[in-house]
Ligand binder design. Structure first.
Ligand SMILES: NC(=O)c1ccc[n+]([C@@H]2O[C@H](COP(=O)([O-])OP(=O)(O)OC[C@H]3O[C@@H](n4cnc5c(N)ncnc54)[C@H](OP(=O)(O)O)[C@@H]3O)[C@@H](O)[C@H]2O)c1
Length: 287
């Protein structure tokens, strides 16, 4: 079953390849969404300090129908934390808020603070290394099992690879039909870094694209299923977001195969119009 599939990260830690994204799910609602997802079979939940719902995600994990150690929990160090002590403290706060003894994976949310994304050339090389050292130490202390990054481009990754003792286990990046970072995918493959695809449904924008719609019809699947399967066939870990149990089931029902010629067509789909989501830095320009 898709939801049971795992890969082994370069750190030796196993990670389920299908996750529930929780961005924009309110803290008060997210525990129930997490419990429902776990009942359906999800084994990987993705949150972040910046989502303001770590408390609820932790509650959902603690009160789920299966043992905590069967669930892979990811959170992210806020993009603004570019200092050892601040990062260390924030990890302790995450553990406290989630009320968990350990987090499976912590990720640096972005190489640049959000305010500077797409606005500045400062890549915070020293700051990211300082945050990284705090995360490495949290692994040694048993607070985190493995560590990764998000929104890191090749030069950001090279900074960590060349100047630290740990190659990031994952890079979580924007990856969907119409926006696939092919060069980064090949760099990551060469360095044994797993790629996680965030916004596989383009934050909903894929629902209004006629090429994608037509292809979904051909396979007799929904647009979200086609989009998620596309990322899956490119070898990425996928994290669609939904608080709706029916959507959770539908999104995980991707046991079909997109043919190579059709994958080629999808690889060439033009950038999508993100509509209102354009105001978010991750959609506002090239990361
Ligand atoms: N690292 C980063 O910087 C970063 C940035 C963005 C996102 N992320 C992660 O990636 C996750 C997913 O990204 P995302 O939230 O931007 O977008 P997404 O998963 O691409 O799309 C979510 C949107 O699609 C809808 N949707 C999902 N499944 C559907 C279905 N089966 N039928 C109809 N509509 C469906 C959702 O509505 P409903 O809720 O109504 O189902 C929601 O509006 C986030 O939650 C977060 O965990 C990370």
């Amino acid at each position: 079953m898709i939801l049971d599939e795992t890969i082994t990260l370069n750190s030796g830690v196993k990670i389920p390849k299908f996750a529930l994204g929780t961005w924009m799910i309110e803290d008060a609602q997210v525990a129930e969404a997490v419990r429902n997802a776990i009942k359906i079979g999800y084994r990987h939940i993705d949150t972040a300090q910046a989502y303001g719902n770590e408390r609820g995600v932790g509650e959902g994990v603690r009160t789920a129908s299966i043992d905590r150690n069967k669930i892979f929990v990811t959170s992210k160090v806020a993009a603004e934390h570019k200092d050892y002590d601040v990062t260390k403290k924030s990890i302790d706060e995450t553990l406290e808020k989630m009320d968990l003894n350990y987090i499976d994976m912590m990720i640096i949310h972005s190489p640049q603070p959000w305010k500077e994304v797409n606005q500045s050339n400062n890549r915070y090389l020293e700051g990211n290394l300082a945050a990284w050292r705090a995360m490495e130490d949290a692994v040694s202390e048993g607070k985190i099992r493995t560590i990764g990054v998000s929104n890191f481009g090749q030069s950001d990754l090279e900074n960590i690879i060349q100047n630290s003792n740990t190659v990031p286990a994952v890079d979580q990046v924007l990856a969907h039909i119409g926006h696939t970072p092919f060069n980064l995918l090949s760099f990551a493959r060469d360095h044994d870094i797993a790629v996680e695809a965030y916004s596989p449904v383009a934050h909903g924008a894929a629902l209004n694209n006629s090429v994608i719609e037509k292809m979904a019809e051909k396979y007799n699947v929904s647009v979200p299923q086609l989009c998620i399967r596309y990322d899956w066939q490119l070898g990425m870990i996928v994290l669609p977001k939904t608080a709706n149990s029916e959507h959770m089931k539908e999104n995980a029902a991707i046991d079909f195969e997109i043919s190579e010629p059709d994958m080629d067509l999808l690889r060439r789909v033009k950038p999508l119009d993100y509509g209102d989501a354009d105001v978010f830095p991750v959609y506002g320009g090239k990361m």
